[in-house]
Structure formats: C-alpha cells, structure tokens
Design a protein around this ligand. Structure first.
Ligand SMILES: O=C(O)[C@@H](O)C(=O)COP(=O)(O)O
Ligand SMILES: [Zn+2]
Length: 213
C-alpha cells in the first residue's frame, strides 16, 4: 500500500473502531510503519474523525516532520515497532473489557485472559503480559514494552490503562485488538462459571499452524 492508501486505511479503521465503541472521545492511537518513517494519529484526535492529511508523519529518527502534532504515545509505538521488526502497525485502545482486565490483573501476569477460543490464540498469541501502570505518555513505559515485545508478545496490557497490540499489517493489528477486546468480554462474562478452556495441546496446535507468539 502506498502512503495515501495507508492514511486512508488509518482513517477507515479509526471510524470503524469508534463507531463500534472500541474507542471513545480522543482515546487511543494508531501507527503504521513507512519505508522512511512512521504515520501516527495526532494527539487529542478522535479516531472517529481522522483526516488523512492531518495524520502526523515522523521521520526515521522519530522526529515530527508533517501533519498535526503526534500522539503523546510515540514512545509506546516506537518500543513495539523497534522490538518487532516484522510489525508494520500498532494499535492502542481503551476498549472497555480489555481495560477492565488491565485493572483486575496483576502486573507481571502473562496470561490474564484464558485461551477460551481459537481465534484469540491465533490473533493475539500465547502471552499477553500485564505491564505496570505508567502515566499516559510516560516514556518510561518503553523499556517494559520492549522487553515484552522482544520476548515474543504481540500485545500487552498496560495496568489500569488499556491494550497495545501490533500486527504485520494495519489490518492485522486492528483485527488482533478487536479479538483481544472480545476475548476480554468473554472472559469477564464467564468469570467464575467454570468455562472449559482450550488445552495446552490445542493451543500449541494453533500456534504451530498460525505462527507462534
Ligand atoms: O491514555 C492516553 O492519554 C493516551 O494513551 C491516549 O490513548 C490518547 O493520547 P493521544 O494519542 O496523545 O491523544
Ligand atoms: Zn491511552
């Protein structure tokens, strides 16, 4: 996809996420890697009303070169994209159920959502590290994200804040963020009900077939 198509795709995904309540107000941000830099949603922008030409463009050194001022979470996105060279996009949301799990789970947990369904395992992977709480925009979260992502995590939960998810493409990152939100909703619905989870062998077979992580 060329840059104009990527800008249009960020706006389309933003509109769709916002319309379905995955993001409210000006919460959340999206970045996409370019051959010579990064596109990232502007700070304080509403994902439902993004304008392609106002999306922030950063150069290879992560300096703002055009568009509106970038999200305050540049270091969050940078940590993921640098730790996972195959990743092409990062999505951060405050989607309600994933954020609820981020408030319930203890920092340090690596599987706060059980493997209830195959698609969660296929899209999000085996681990979902829960990182400590950081003030939004605090660059101190970057090393924690780098360790988790470098260790194979495709997604993390920031305690009391929300999910951050990467994908090889923008579509893949958005679909994984959506799947994570739905899995969190299921996990909360079934909490304490004794639901059957996938067995370790069933999880391994999915990771084998669809790529680990
Ligand atoms: O929670 C926050 O404040 C940020 O992580 C966020 O979601 C929105 O920040 P901007 O992208 O700077 O608007
Ligand atoms: Zn946030």
């Amino acid at each position: 996809m060329d840059e104009q198509a990527l800008r249009a795709a960020i706006c389309a995904h933003g509109r769709s996420l916002f319309a379905r309540g995955f993001s409210v107000g000006s919460a959340g941000n999206i970045s996409v890697r370019l051959p010579d830099g990064v596109l990232i949603t502007p700070t304080n922008s509403c994902l439902g009303r993004l304008e392609p030409e106002r999306i922030s463009r950063l150069d290879r050194a992560w300096r703002h070169v055009s568009g509106d001022p970038p999200s305050k979470e540049v270091s969050m996105h940078r940590a993921f994209l640098e730790a996972r060279p195959e990743a092409g996009a990062v999505v951060h949301l405050h989607s309600t159920h994933a954020t609820a799990i981020a408030c319930l789970a203890a920092p340090g947990e690596t599987a706060p959502i059980p493997p209830l369904t195959p698609y969660f395992v296929m899209r999000v992977g085996r681990t979902l590290p829960v990182l400590p709480y950081f003030r939004p925009g605090d660059p101190a979260m970057a090393p924690a994200i780098a360790v988790a992502a470098g260790g194979g995590a495709r997604a993390v939960l920031l305690a009391n804040h929300g999910p951050v998810v990467c994908g090889r493409t923008l579509d893949e990152a958005v679909y994984a963020a959506e799947e994570l939100e739905e899995a969190a909703r299921l996990a909360l619905l079934l909490r304490g009900a004794g639901a059957r989870t996938l067995s370790p062998a069933q999880v391994e077979a999915l990771l084998g077939a669809f790529g680990g992580g």
